[in-house]
Design a protein around this ligand. Structure first.
Ligand SMILES: C[S@@+](CC[C@H](N)C(=O)[O-])C[C@H]1O[C@@H](n2cnc3c(N)ncnc32)[C@H](O)[C@@H]1O
Length: 230
């Protein structure tokens, strides 16, 4: 394992989530957007205009992930993004490890036009599961299960599945605890939101280009936070 990059309260590892996550140990909340598991073929005419779908296949982000990385020994609660097709397997797994769980949704203002004999991906689920004492935080407004989000800056960060700031900021308002880990951090969206919320963050990403983007984004978020404190 190479030495982590440390930026204020963030510790970032470039490497494999399955070997590094146990080394980080227990945190309050795991927030993860792991590789999805769905049939990303087809798309016909629409596909030509949507390079993101090819990029998802190219980077193996349609191949799923090992659920065992979600471990109640590692965290008191977890947020997991997933494709709709993953819900039937993921929900029973989480029910076996956590006290309660809920499916939340965020809306994409500019969804892929590919339906592929399914529904459009204009809303995406994410699950929050928690053990006793780690229930959702936040005021009345923060307890909404649905969030209308802003744009996803995928082009800016050269990554096909960047999560919008508004979604990540909501998760930080609902997260119960001060330490957050994202084992599949991509371009660092969770880390940016964690820093803005004043939390300690641990992130893992194996793709060097995405890791470099995460370092850049989290450094900027930390510098902005420090500036506010000055
Ligand atoms: C769905 S993307 C996360 C995108 C992130 N939410 C963002 O806003 O940028 C999943 C990320 O996990 C990374 N990944 C996949 N398998 C991994 C592994 N075994 N170890 C570390 N990172 C991994 C991929 O390179 C990808 O960037």
């Amino acid at each position: 394992m190479t030495a982590p990059v440390i930026i204020g309260p963030a510790t970032l590892y470039c490497g494999d989530a399955y070997s590094i996550r146990p080394v980080i140990g227990r945190v309050d909340v795991d927030v993860m957007d792991p590789p999805y598991d769905f049939d990303n073929s087809g798309g016909g005419e629409f596909r030509k205009a949507r390079g993101a779908s090819d990029k998802i296949v190219e980077e193996g982000l349609d191949q799923g992930f090992d659920h065992l990385i979600i471990n109640p020994l590692f965290c008191s609660s977890v947020f997991v993004f997933c494709h709709n097709d993953q819900l039937p397997k993921l929900l029973p797994y989480l029910a076996g490890s956590f006290h309660r769980s809920v499916v939340l949704f965020w809306q994409k203002p500019n969804p892929s036009p590919m339906a592929n004999r399914h529904y459009l991906a204009d809303t995406e689920p994410f699950i929050h599961a928690w053990n006793k004492g780690s229930h959702p935080q936040g005021g009345h407004h923060d307890k909404h299960r649905f969030i209308l989000s802003g744009s996803t800056p995928s082009k800016l960060y050269k990554h096909s599945t960047v999560k919008p700031d508004a979604v990540m900021d909501k998760i930080m308002r609902n997260a119960n605890g001060e330490t957050i880990c994202d084992p599949f951090m991509g371009t660092g969206s969770t880390g940016v939101a964690a820093i803005k919320a004043g939390k300690r963050f641990y992130g893992i990403e194996h793709n060097e280009a995405h890791f470099a983007t995460a370092v850049r984004r989290i450094t900027a978020a930390w510098e902005a936070t420090e500036g506010l404190a000055a």
